[in-house]
Design a protein around this ligand. Sequence first.
Ligand SMILES: [Fe+2]
Ligand SMILES: [Fe+2]
Length: 168
Amino acid sequence: MDDITALILDDHHRFRLGFARLDDAQSPQELEAIWTPLALHLDIHADAEEEEILYPHLLTDAGGDDAEEETDDAIRDHNKIRDGIDEASNHPVGSDAWWKGVWKARTENSEHLAEEEDEVLPDFRKHASKELRLELGARWLRFFGEHPQGKGLSFADKDPAKYIEENS
Ligand SMILES: [Fe+2]
Ligand SMILES: [Fe+2]
């Protein structure tokens, strides 16, 4: 079955495609058709990583010396991405204020993906057992099934220090 790090990379690729598609949209309807599922996917992805799937393991049985710092960065980045999404949701699709929120989500996301792909995932691959990677891959797929359209998830910002303390 699927390794968790491959599934995460699949999502990251979809995020990049989604943001690029916004560049080609010709109307607010087209923008909305691209943005609504993209924003929801970004929110669910961050929650999935923060819940029991990626970062709690980086902090305990599958991380290196930099696990706390990497987790701190990630929680802050996830908060900023969520803030951009929230900001956009308060304005009409296609308006300048909407684009401002979308752009915040896009640029914060690009920075975050680079850190996750160049720091977090390499460390995780180095320290996680093959069994854990496969087990978490299955858990990841179940997570999306258990939360259709994000049902039951809060998408709330988290305090990085508190998160690290609770999950270490
Ligand atoms: Fe990610
Ligand atoms: Fe992330």
